[in-house]
Design a protein around this ligand. Sequence first.
Ligand SMILES: NC(=O)c1ccc[n+]([C@@H]2O[C@H](COP(=O)([O-])OP(=O)(O)OC[C@H]3O[C@@H](n4cnc5c(N)ncnc54)[C@H](O)[C@@H]3O)[C@@H](O)[C@H]2O)c1
Length: 320
Amino acid sequence: MQILVTGAAGFIGFHLVEKILQNKKDFVVGIDNLNSYYDVKLKKNRLSILKKYKNFRFKKIDINNYKKVEKIFKENKFKIVINLAAQAGVRYSIENPKNYFENNIRGFFNIIDLSRHNKIKHFLYASTSSVYGNQNKYPLKESFSTDGPLSFYAATKKCNEVIAHSYSNIYGIPSTGFRFFTVYGPYGRPDMALFKFATSIENNKKIKLFNYGNHERDFTYVSDIVDAVAAVIKKPPKKQIPYAVYNIGGNKSYKLKDFIFLIEKNLKKKARFLKLPLQKGDVRKTQASTSKIDKLINKKEYIKLEKGIRNYFEWFNSKK
Ligand SMILES: NC(=O)c1ccc[n+]([C@@H]2O[C@H](COP(=O)([O-])OP(=O)(O)OC[C@H]3O[C@@H](n4cnc5c(N)ncnc54)[C@H](O)[C@@H]3O)[C@@H](O)[C@H]2O)c1
């Protein structure tokens, strides 16, 4: 089966493509614009691993370029399209909303629109736990209202879900969105807390603790994310409007101080803090209800934070 994955040089894209490639019968075309939002070397390192697989091909393409993406669709017979390419990050969206509009809304439109023209069997895409905003009840269920996004990043992802719903309704294209909850693991993003905290501790720099460290997060190990996405590929929604959205979380919410404690333990060094007020756009707590995805794919186990962080540091330390 031919599969298109956008954002293939990204953190989740890399892990997902590698997971799919284990099945030798599948052929993956990965596209990515290799933008410099963070270290391009890391993206190239991920790609150099993927390029070792015979059933993988990479093209440097921007999903905003409709003509180029159209050509890729014409040259292949994709059955499945997985859109992970996006401008990620909540805080960066405060200063750079236009980036988010272009990559996450216009780019998303190009991919879903070409998917319907090419009659693909299942369109899958990344949404985010940020769509929930602040809620009073936890764990967060897919049925909760997502009408109050706090950041523009969340607004663009909510927009993706709404566009997908309309395309599933009008054109009958089966679509599945995934609300990922704070993903971490080897080859992780340098703009995210784990990498930033670890680097600050190593360099004796103070960690910036927004909301005075009172955030709570459901951290999800990357293999739990990609195992779930890969399992859903062959399970397109079949309802009258073939649209579905699933949380993928780690099944437990942690206080930031417990997360930092595990980092300190692995680095054998204490952190120093710069405590700051809540940053605009940040949600205070995330905790996923995973019962919907667990039922669909019969998932019973999740990687515990302690083990996941240990795995992360094996990679982090191996880079030195
Ligand atoms: N990592 C998380 O915790 C998390 C949580 C929720 C949702 N998500 C979503 O999951 C997806 C993957 O996230 P990630 O953590 O792997 O981020 P990432 O930044 O590592 O990966 C995204 C990739 O997309 C590429 N890209 C961006 N704009 C593009 C464009 N216009 N054309 C082609 N390529 C483009 C980037 O170069 C990058 O390699 C994103 O949609 C993100 O919003 C991630």
